[in-house]
Design a protein around this ligand. Structure first.
Ligand SMILES: Nc1nc2c(ncn2[C@@H]2O[C@H](COP(=O)(O)OP(=O)(O)OP(=O)(O)O)[C@@H](O)[C@H]2O)c(=O)[nH]1
Ligand SMILES: [K+]
Ligand SMILES: [Mg+2]
Length: 368
């Protein structure tokens, strides 16, 4: 039996098994088995070429990258060409784009790399078409645009999400607040800091048994933790990436239909071809990228608002700011004066290297 067939068999069995107290251990085992089989599928050693592949890896430029994922002919290349001004072939037939096509769009002064990708189809993560290489590129992006055709958005959305999830990508989700500490002896200790609604002890035990973990401390700190969350933490190779559902071709539907589409969370309806609602798309994209603009103020002069230094949220200390300008500056720093939302007072605050900057702060560096 191939890995794909084994996966199918387990999925079928899970559908047939109703969850209750008597079956939860068995279901826990099945879920862990499934995760192990999926790992085999995406592991290049086990299946021959899960990586970028020839022509798929492109030089990374800009402060962050956005990958376009979707079925063929939903309008990915039309959007990419219009956003960046870089040509990517557009045509009515499926699989027009055959490899990664990079371009750049500047948003609020930050150069963002856009990666137009070939269309994928159901079964992509299992090795159909170029799906694996496409998803492998998406795995390395800071944001994913899931581009959907408004005429069939929901079915396509579910399939694409399934493909990305099968490849270890978690969309619009935080890493589970679960810790797993392996020990040499002492058996299994499960503790939860909150009551659990989606995970019981039998499931935890079954999953640990399947992974042959007989000595470990498990601490679960969120009420909605699922068996899948625990497996994700044990497997450890998951990536958590924000995503926007770009509902394209709204020029082809009515206003009433458009109102319904707005109910899909994290979605932005647009028409790439007719350039409709692209401003909202750029706003949501900026928000999801979670970048921090810092304006430099030379001593005695006005801040330079035209060329912000762009930092990532979580890496936006004064030290990160200095390093982004020149690697010697942090060593020479006496203090920095900061204005903006991270500063305590409106007249500015004197801070050191460890101070965390926020979006649109103004910084003046004083050297020793
Ligand atoms: N009505 C309408 N048609 C669009 C829109 N955007 C793209 N199209 C059309 O959809 C078709 C496919 O567009 P592409 O940009 O090639 O789609 P793609 O997703 O890059 O396709 P592949 O590279 O084959 O995966 C073309 O005929 C486009 O003109 C839109 O906003 N509205
Ligand atoms: K096409
Ligand atoms: Mg294309």
């Amino acid at each position: 039996m191939t890995t794909v067939q084994k996966i199918k068999e387990i999925e079928d069995e899970m559908v047939m098994t109703q969850k209750n107290k008597a079956t939860s251990y068995h279901l826990g085992l099945l879920k862990a088995k499934l995760a192990k089989l999926r790992r085999e599928l995406i592991d290049p050693k086990a299946s021959g070429g899960g990586g970028g592949g020839l022509g798929f890896d492109v030089a990374r430029t800009g402060i962050a990258s956005v990958g376009f994922v979707g079925f063929p002919s939903v309008g990915k290349s039309t959007l990419m060409t219009k956003l960046t001004g870089t040509y990517s072939e557009v045509a009515e037939y499926a699989f027009t784009t055959l490899t990664t096509v990079p371009g750049t769009v500047k948003v609020h002064g930050a150069p963002i790399q856009i990666l137009d990708l070939p269309g994928i189809i159901e079964g992509a993560a299992d090795g159909k078409g170029r799906g694996k290489q496409v998803i492998a590129v998406a795995r390395t992006c800071n944001l994913i645009f899931i581009v959907l055709d408004v005429l069939k958005p929901l079915g396509d959305k579910r399939i694409i999400e399934g493909e990305l999830e099968g490849f270890g990508i978690r969309l619009n989700k935080k890493p589970p607040n679960i810790s797993v500490k392996k020990k040499d002896k002492g058996g299994i200790a499960i503790s939860n800091t909150v009551p659990l609604t989606n995970l019981d002890q039998d499931e935890v035990k079954a999953i640990l048994a399947e992974y042959k973990m007989s000595n470990c401390d498990i601490t679960i700190r969120e009420p909605n933790a699922t068996p899948e969350d625990l497996i994700d933490v044990i497997e450890g190779n998951r990536v958590y990436i924000p995503a926007i559902y770009v509902l394209n071709k709204i020029d082809a539907i009515s206003i009433e239909e458009l109102d319904l589409l707005y109910k899909i969370p994290n979605s932005v309806p647009v028409s790439s071809r007719e350039w409709m609602n692209i401003d909202e798309l750029l706003d949501v994209m900026w928000e999801k990228l979670n970048l921090v603009r810092v304006y430099t103020k030379p001593r005695g002069l006005a801040p330079d608002y035209s060329e912000p230094v762009i930092l990532r949220n979580g890496k936006s200390s004064v030290e990160d700011f200095c390093n982004a300008i020149h690697k010697e500056i942090a060593k020479q720093l006496k203090y920095a004066l900061v204005w903006g939302s991270s500063a305590k007072h409106a007249r500015g605050q004197k801070v050191g290297l460890e101070h965390i900057l926020e979006d649109e702060d103004v910084v003046c560096i004083y050297k020793k």
